[in-house]
Design a protein around this ligand. Structure first.
Ligand code: AMP
Ligand code: GLY
Length: 412
């Protein structure tokens, strides 16, 4: 089976690595990929935004199945385009990807189906939004409605901050109550009707140790997450995920693909913060390290509406990943700094490339998040130790990482 994977980050390197182990696979392509992905797939220089180019490539090579890593092509309808051309693709469809594309849509869906989430109201103008925000306690949460790559959320600590954030959004927005608790991520695979859990993880969104500094795409993750125990997982499936999948089916827009639920957990009760229509990055890296079953079989079953017959096996080991980023990230940073020591580091951990390039045969940094150094061990503590042993073998003066990935789990 010929598979085309779309994307170029650490998530896609982890997917490429897992897909390349499949007995069903005859050839793996990745568009556009990166030098790490090139070890597992043939990379082709087509950007994820070039839907016509991707379709033409898939036709030319006779691609049997397409897996889309990032949210933007899904929200932009790449699934619909490829499927309309007869090319099997892991969703969701454009209509399904609204679960990530519109925060207001998700909040209304939660309200209609009694799914636990923060109290909220939707607005399309600043005046009434400010009046409503003033009725909530502090902090108060302001969310722009569309896709914002994690930048559309403000947690305002004062009334002035709240008003300024509301003015900055200007148009469609959600104002909601602040939820207290501990965050976790939960992943499932859906075929539109049946749902198979893919496990829980926790990431670290702030740039610096102790959860200080600006928000990032994620500086590290681990799985399993002790706070996301079996009881919480069962509640999340029953009260949040299954009602959502059922509601999407009733609306005539069945959700097929990976669904990522961002949760706030307090006293063992999960509430939905947000949905994403894809794997998390770097959560995908730790999930793929723990998956013992064949990923390609599972993703195909979701596409073919066969999940009722699928049973996935997971390692009991813990996996932990440390993201190495270029100094300056998530603000301005330089590209092109040289990285060495990757071979020595690979003896301790698996190094997924997130933002690298090849320059004169040498690996250089080519993005904000650059490497995801990922280790497994029977305990989170041991996985953490192994991951940092590998990090310490990497010689990259222009890079930085957090030194405390996993601290919440280790504190428990
Ligand atoms: P989102 O872009 O929806 O993932 O939000 C980014 C981050 O803001 C989340 O990961 C949470 O840390 C935080 N957040 C969003 N909504 C809330 C809320 N209602 N209460 C507390 N924290 C929130
Ligand atoms: N690590 C969070 C995300 O992928 O959205």
């Amino acid at each position: 089976m010929k598979v085309l994977l779309i994307g170029s980050g650490g998530r896609e390197h982890a997917l490429a690595w897992a897909l390349s182990a499949s007995p069903l696979l005859t050839k793996l392509y990745c568009a556009p990929g990166n030098p790490g992905i090139a070890e597992a797939a043939e990379c082709v220089a087509i950007p994820a935004t070039d839907h016509d180019g991707l379709l033409a490539f898939a036709r030319e090579k006779g691609i049997d199945f397409v897996v889309i890593g990032p949210e933007q092509p899904l929200v932009d309808g790449l699934w619909d385009k490829l499927e309309a051309a007869g090319i099997k693709t892991l969703g969701p469809s454009k209509a399904g990807a609204v679960l990530e594309g519109s925060k207001g849509y998700v909040k209304d869906l939660c309200a209609e189906n009694a799914i636990p989430t923060a109290a909220y109201r939707r607005f399309d103008a600043p005046g009434p939004a400010k009046d409503f925000a003033a009725t909530l306690g502090l902090p108060v949460v302001i969310k722009a409605d569309g896709l914002a790559a994690g930048k559309g959320v403000v947690i305002a600590q004062t009334r002035e901050e709240a008003d300024a954030a509301i003015d900055a959004v200007g148009g469609d927005m959600v104002i909601e109550e602040y939820l207290d608790g501990e965050e976790a991520s939960f992943f499932v695979l859906s075929d539109g009707e049946h749902v198979v859990p893919l496990g829980g993880a926790q990431d670290h969104k702030r740039a610096f140790d102790g959860d200080k500094g600006p928000n990032t795409g994620g500086m590290g993750a681990y799985s399993p997450a002790p706070i996301f125990d079996e009881a919480v997982a069962a509640k999340t499936m029953d009260k949040i995920v299954r009602p959502t999948i059922a509601a999407m089916a009733r609306r005539g827009t069945p959700y097929m693909g990976v669904l990522f639920a961002g949760l706030m957990i307090k006293d063992g009760e999960p509430k939905l913060i947000e949905y994403n229509c894809r794997f998390g990055d770097p959560e995908c890296q730790v999930l793929m390290m723990r998956l013992k079953s064949d990923l390609l079989t599972a993703l195909l079953a979701a596409r073919d509406r066969q999940l009722a017959h699928l049973d996935l096996r997971w390692s009991d080991d813990a996996a932990l990943t440390v993201v190495m980023a270029t100094r300056g990230y998530p603000g301005d940073y330089a590209k092109g700094s040289a990285i060495s020591g990757l071979d020595a580091a690979s003896e301790h951990a698996r190094i997924f490339h997130a933002g690298t390039a090849l320059k004169a045969g040498h690996i250089v940094a080519n993005g904000g998040r650059v490497l995801a150094v990922t280790a497994t061990a029977p305990t989170i503590a041991d996985a953490q130790r192994r991951a940092y042993e590998a990090v310490d073998k990497i010689d990259w003066p222009e890079g930085f990482c957090r030194r405390d990935i996993g601290y919440r789990a280790l504190k428990r």
